[in-house]
Design a protein around this ligand. Structure first.
Ligand code: EZ4
Ligand code: CO
Length: 406
């Protein structure tokens, strides 16, 4: 088998998605997700201008060799643009291999290790009553676990969350326009408020509901340690991205102070970003997505490394991972032993039409389905009818105007 075409499709059925479609001389084609929220066109160019020409004529079965040649052969390694591009190639090749074998991808990854894949959904509100309504809505949809984010008294933005007409399930929606919106932030107000939110939620919904929270890289190590300690009575499933992710040593300080479980890694793009975190058991969940980590091949290696240290998976899955990237994630989730949880915030109806898929979401649980490959199609006519629109995540500023992490 030989690759005869590699095409990049950028579409915006509500928000932007970048998809790679690789076609072979035997008529089998595969899809990969290369969506990078707010920087989509740079990955599209990387694939179209620099990767697609290298793929023509090669044997699509040689996944590891292709991965290594794109990674090492570019000389410039890692980074979100490069690794999203390589991820799309890797997933498209796994899709082709599994279709050629006539099997769903999870079978090639060792087969099912469980019956279904547990998820968490997003609940958010400007204040506590609004948050309760949002939690009730997620529970009614069947979500077994819930991430809670709220407004902070005195601040305008409900941080980490965007409300827009087409938002599904309170997931962040990038603002369409040439420039990002600016949001406001006050760490002290946040640190005072969050424990009262968890206390209220536990009083209302009881001790059993698994609760998650995302601090979006906004805290210093000692602030994160303080928050982790203050939240201990409420027994979180995890506290996510408590400090800026570049500094692995920061987590050593946090870990030394709190038993609140820690999750990190949605902005990581390499196994090396986890070296200290995993080998020193400084975290409990690895958050990388197939789409931003170079594909199924390296993510599988990360999960095996994490397993040695009793660390579990928690694949990133907001709406900025396309259904192609979500499908690849669900196959991995079903197959690996050290699965923890899958983030899932659903898609708009139009997105579901652009990417018809075999995976199912039923009462809070995902299953990849039994279609050969990853089980996702691309409706190219509908994709073409919804062109790219510039859209960006917000920029965050402290009340004196200083730029802060979003
Ligand atoms: O805000 O993916 O855990 N999930 C998250 C996401 C991020 C977006 C940014 O593109 O933090 O919802
Ligand atoms: Co997050």
């Amino acid at each position: 088998m030989k690759i005869v075409d590699a095409k990049v499709v950028v579409t915006s059925p509500g928000r932007n998605f970048v998809t790679l479609k690789i076609t072979t001389d035997e008529g089998i084609s595969g899809l990969g997700d290369a969506t990078l929220n707010g920087r989509e066109l740079s990955v599209a160019s990387y694939l179209r201008d620099h990767v697609a020409p290298l793929l023509i004529g090669i044997d699509p079965h040689r996944i590891e060799d292709t991965w290594q040649s794109l990674y090492r052969g570019a000389y410039w390694r890692r980074g979100p643009v490069t690794m999203a591009a390589i991820a799309a190639v890797d997933v498209a090749l796994w899709d082709i291999k599994a279709k050629a074998a006539g099997l769903p991808l999870y079978q090639l990854l060792g087969g099912a290790s469980r019956e279904r894949v547990g998820t968490y959904g997003h609940a958010s509100g400007q204040d506590i009553p609004e948050l309760f309504d949002s939690i009730r809505a997620r529970l009614a949809e069947g979500y077994p676990s819930i991430r809670i984010q709220t407004g902070i008294p005195g601040l305008k933005a409900v941080y980490g969350v965007h409300t827009a007409d087409h938002a599904v399930d309170g997931a962040p929606i990038p603002h369409q326009g040439a420039r990002p919106l600016v949001e406001d932030w006050d760490t002290s107000a946040y640190l005072r408020h969050m424990p009262t939110v968890f206390e209220a939620v536990r009083n209302e919904f009881g001790p059993e509901l698994p609760l998650l929270h995302d601090a979006h890289h906004r805290l210093t190590p000692i602030q994160a340690a303080q928050l982790g300690k203050d939240l201990e009575p409420y027994r979180l499933f995890w506290l996510e991205d408590c400090t800026p992710a570049e500094d692995q040593n920061a987590l050593r300080l946090v870990r030394g102070h709190t038993t609140t479980p820690l999750a990190i890694g949605e902005v990581f793009n390499s196994l090396y970003d986890y070296q200290t975190l995993v080998s020193e058991k400084l975290i409990d969940y690895v958050r990388s997505a197939v789409t931003h980590f170079g594909g199924v091949s390296p993510l599988r290696k990360l999960f095996d490394f994490a397993a040695q240290h009793q660390i579990k998976s928690g694949i990133h899955g907001p709406e900025d991972i396309s259904p192609v990237g979500m499908a690849a994630a669900v196959h991995l989730d079903l197959a690996i032993h050290n699965f923890g949880i899958q983030e899932y915030s659903g898609y708009t109806a139009l997105t579901e039409e652009v990417f018809p898929h075999a995976y199912t979401f039923t009462s809070g649980y995902l299953h990849p389905g039994e279609a050969p490959g990853i089980g996702v199609e691309l409706n190219e006519d509908l994709a073409a009818a919804h062109e790219y629109k510039a859209a960006y995540l917000p920029v965050n500023r402290l009340q004196d105007g200083t730029v802060h992490d979003w």
